[in-house]
Ligand binder design. Structure first.
Ligand SMILES: C[S@@+](CC[C@H](N)C(=O)[O-])C[C@H]1O[C@@H](n2cnc3c(N)ncnc32)[C@H](O)[C@@H]1O
Length: 331
């Protein structure tokens, strides 16, 4: 790399929060909803979302330089087209990512990275007073936006998990910290003999139950620090990364208390991988560190956590979306 390229790299990272903010702006305004399959004039989209055409076009131009939208024919007089990435920002897209971006864009989320220096120095997480979960419980609007964000980030993850793991022979699957029930509903849809229990905080489970009844799906509210119903498989997707090692052991021991010898534990987490290449796992690891003093864990780190909680790690199955399923059996 020459000096100019190095300066360019440093700018891209140092000022990358403006790229993130540009994404937040289009998600908040709903720009993708007004572009359509044949594209749309900037002026038309700007009018529909209540923005100034030339200013909106400059934000779109920045995103287009990263593959999100395409802008043709000038700024305010131009036309916006979709790319595969911008299509996923449309509200009606079956795997819409818009709720995840909108959740990150809230002041509640957006301010948290400011705490990273303090975190690195002291080990104290950003969530501060009370936990993030009690903050979400205090505002139904924030709580449901967070749940929708979790559903939105899970579409590709769920597809990867269903490809990688065979749930068909299981009688009862418990999804612990399962949020709106997106994962469990997908497992039940793909496996007609499976019954499911969605377990999460009471307000989350109550909201999930309003999304549709299914005679094979039961909703149980509670805390995984107190008691968790048993199942042939107990799933924890992106739950343990929110917690310190000590807290993870408490959660796993709660699950272990009711587990029978054949009841497996399935922990699904993004993989930090090996080597220096960028990936979502490495980024998510620092997000979890900053927010919760949590972390993404490697196979050997899960081996230690499982062993301290009465489980033996038997497999770490990679999925095609960059996650891993860490399988544990009671010992
Ligand atoms: C990061 S989200 C993951 C949601 C979902 N498993 C997914 O991956 O899309 C963590 C979940 O843990 C739940 N949670 C937090 N504290 C909990 C507790 N004490 N007992 C049960 N669930 C809890 C939250 O409500 C949230 O739904």
């Amino acid at each position: 790399m020459n000096d100019a390229q190095i300066t360019g790299l440093l700018h891209q990272i140092n000022d990358g929060h403006f790229v993130a903010r540009a994404l937040h702006v289009v998600a908040e305004l709903g720009v993708a909803d007004f572009v359509g399959a044949d594209g749309a004039p900037v002026a038309h989209v700007a009018e529909r979302v209540g923005a100034k055409p030339d200013l909106l076009a400059r934000v779109v131009r920045l995103l287009a330089s990263r593959g999100i939208f395409r802008l043709e024919g000038g700024l305010a007089t131009g036309r916006i087209y979709h790319t595969p990435a911008s299509e996923r920002l449309a509200t009606a897209h079956p795997t819409s990512f818009r709720p995840f971006v909108r959740n990150t864009a809230t002041i509640r989320s957006w301010r948290l990275p400011e705490h990273m220096t303090h975190m690195v120095r002291t080990g104290q997480p950003a969530v501060g007073e009370g936990t993030m979960w009690s903050q979400l419980e205090a505002s139904a609007e924030d709580g449901r936006l967070f749940d929708a964000a979790m559903t939105a980030k899970s579409h590709t993850q769920i597809a990867g998990l269903l490809n990688a793991y065979d749930f068909s022979g299981l009688g009862r699957v418990v999804d612990v910290g399962g949020g709106a029930g997106h994962l469990l509903r997908a497992i039940l849809a793909a496996n007609p003999a499976v019954h499911g229990i969605l377990f999460d905080r009471p307000d989350v489970v109550a909201a999930a139950a309003t999304l549709g009844a299914d005679e094979r799906l039961e909703f149980v509210g509670g805390s995984f620090f107190d008691d968790v119903p048993a199942g042939d498989a107990t799933l924890l997707m992106e739950v343990l990364h929110d917690w310190s090692d000590e807290e993870c052991v408490r959660i796993l021991k709660t699950i272990r208390r009711r587990a029978e010898p054949r009841n497996r534990l399935l922990v699904v987490e993004a993989d930090v991988g090996e080597g220096d290449g960028p990936n979502w796992g490495k980024l998510l690891d620092v997000i979890m560190m900053t927010l919760f003093a949590g972390r993404q864990r490697t196979r050997s780190e899960f081996e230690a956590l499982f062993a301290a909680s009465g489980y033996r790690l038997t497999e770490a199955i990679p999925t095609d979306d960059g996650s891993r399923v860490f399988v544990g059996m009671p010992v």
